[in-house]
Design a protein around this ligand. Structure first.
Ligand code: NAD
Length: 454
């Protein structure tokens, strides 16, 4: 075990220290989870459901504390942080409805009956990034626990505080010991051990596409199950027949929310050429109006970036030749601040168009017609989310069917509801989280034939 520090990204002050687990501590946690698995699996579905409901209630009772922890640890605005803690509660309540509904099938056969079971996998390892520490953790552990698995969860090195608190709340709510454990530490140590330890039967990884590929390759060694939620470069497509005022007023929040550190950020705005200039005129005051500042202030809409290193990476996308159309504001003084920034890319291979910035930088570019919009939107290795703004319902349906992405919205920028499926096409991921099938992703289907012939 080594000790690491947690820095408040809005003040650059140390807010806490935590223990980083080594391989031996990780193995011990995995082995405890392995031993706890049969008891949890065999618990009556209604009892498992009741404990998850209690866990949800414990999160709700601690909501303000969890939100304040996230403001201090990740620089999230207090409004967002409350939503995130509420999302954990809701995912747990939804998951609590799943144990008694994990239905198998009865399939017609000759000479007997054929039935299927959805068996839990055993130990599930969940690896979480720093951008949404609470919700992303819960999207994995809620349904995994509901399906009868035990969970070891590794938060990101930069943001362990809310995950550690959720571990305490689970125990206080009555979950049996070692059913849900939080192991903080480095990705290359703790996370990597989830990949290599044979008792971990599935890895749920959310993070960069680069690390996701390594996880998938590592899991291949044991044919280990894997869910991947990776990067994005999502398009916000604005047609000339859209409500331009609304499209322009909402576009900044679709990319600058959480300071752009959002895998669903609509970081490419595609605007039909005939309204391109008008759209930029409307976008400018909207971007300048984004309130950037102290995340604990109720009125703040955008906080700092997560770290000094990350701010440097984001700034690296703005080269001397980059054409910046306009920027918003940012506070002076300590904190890893970066202003909302609107860029006009030089051409289709401009890095700002092809790579995930993961910061408050958006590229705006024109398209000619529907086919051109679809071509540009799909000209990406990613395929996570996107928005289509139009008043033509036929076009909305044609374009949503044609865009290669897992989560699309029409005349809106919503991506995430805990009761609808979430996940990416292409290199944005593998598998789906949330929604009615969430628990199934943590089971194996077993087919059993019982002869009735004498
Ligand atoms: P990251 O890939 O650096 O780290 C993610 C997690 O993986 C961390 O907990 C880290 O400790 C761990 N890790 C790092 N190396 C590892 C290894 N070799 N083995 C095992 N674990 C390892 O990503 P990040 O910088 O924390 O997060 C940002 C990325 O996450 C962005 O690309 C973003 O798009 C993506 N993301 C995707 C989604 C989605 O749902 N698709 C959601 C949020 C974030």
């Amino acid at each position: 075990m080594t000790t690491s520090q947690v820095i408040n990204p809005a003040t650059e002050k140390v807010v806490a220290t935590f223990e980083s687990a080594d391989v031996a501590a990780t193995d011990a946690a995995i082995e405890r989870a392995h031993r706890a698995a049969p008891g949890w699996r065999d618990m009556a579905p209604g009892d498992r459901a009741r404990l998850l409901r209690r866990f949800a209630e414990a999160v709700d009772a601690d909501l303000e504390n969890l939100a304040r922890l996230e403001v201090a640890n990740a620089g999230h605005t207090i409004g967002n942080a409350r939503w995130e803690a509420g999302n954990v509660r809701d995912v747990l309540h939804y998951s609590a409805g799943l144990p008694e509904r994990l239905l198998g099938s009865q399939i017609p056969v000759a000479g007997g009956i054929d039935i299927t079971f959805h068996e839990p996998l055993g130990v599930v390892g969940i690896i979480v990034p720093w951008n949404f520490p609470m919700p992303i953790a819960a999207w994995g552990f809620g349904p995994a626990l509901a399906a009868g698995n035990t969970v070891v969860l590794k938060p990101a090195e930069l943001t362990p505080l809310t995950a550690l608190r959720l571990g305490e709340l689970a125990l206080a709510a009555g979950l049996p010991e070692h059913v849900f454990q939080v192991v903080s530490g480095r990705g290359s140590v703790v996370g990597q051990r989830f990949v290599t330890h044979p008792a971990v039967r599935k890895v749920v990884f959310t993070g960069s596409t680069e690390v996701g590929k390594q996880i998938m390759a590592g899991c291949a060694e044991q044919v280990k199950r894997v869910t991947l939620e990776l990067g994005g470069k999502s398009a916000n497509i604005v047609f000339a027949d859209a409500d331009l005022d609304k499209a322009a007023a909402t576009a900044p929040y679709a990319v600058f929310d959480n300071a752009g550190q959002d895998c669903c950020a609509r970081s490419r705005i595609l605007v039909q050429r005939s309204v391109f200039d008008r759209f930029l005129e409307l976008l400018e005051p909207a971007v300048r109006g984004v309130r950037v500042g102290d995340p604990a202030d109720e009125a703040t809409e955008m906080g700092p970036l997560i770290s000094a290193a990350h701010r440097e990476r984001v700034a690296g996308f703005l080269e001397p030749s980059t054409k910046v159309a306009f920027t918003g504001t940012r506070p002076e003084g300590p904190g890893f601040w970066f202003p909302p920034t609107v860029v006009l890319p030089a051409g289709p291979t401009d890095r700002v168009l092809t790579e995930e910035v993961f910061g408050p930088v958006v590229a705006v570019l024109p398209f000619t017609d529907e086919a051109d919009a679809i071509r540009i939107a799909n000209d990406s290795e990613y395929g996570l989310s996107g928005s289509i703004w139009t008043s033509d319902v036929g076009r909305a349906l044609r374009v949503t069917r044609a865009v290669e992405a897992g989560n699309l919205s029409v005349n809106s920028h919503s991506s995430v509801r805990y009761w609808t499926p979430f996940g990416g096409f292409k290199q944005s991921g593998l598998g789906r989280e949330l929604g009615p099938d969430a628990a199934r992703a943590f089971t194996e289907t077993k087919n059993v034939f019982i002869a009735t012939d004498q």
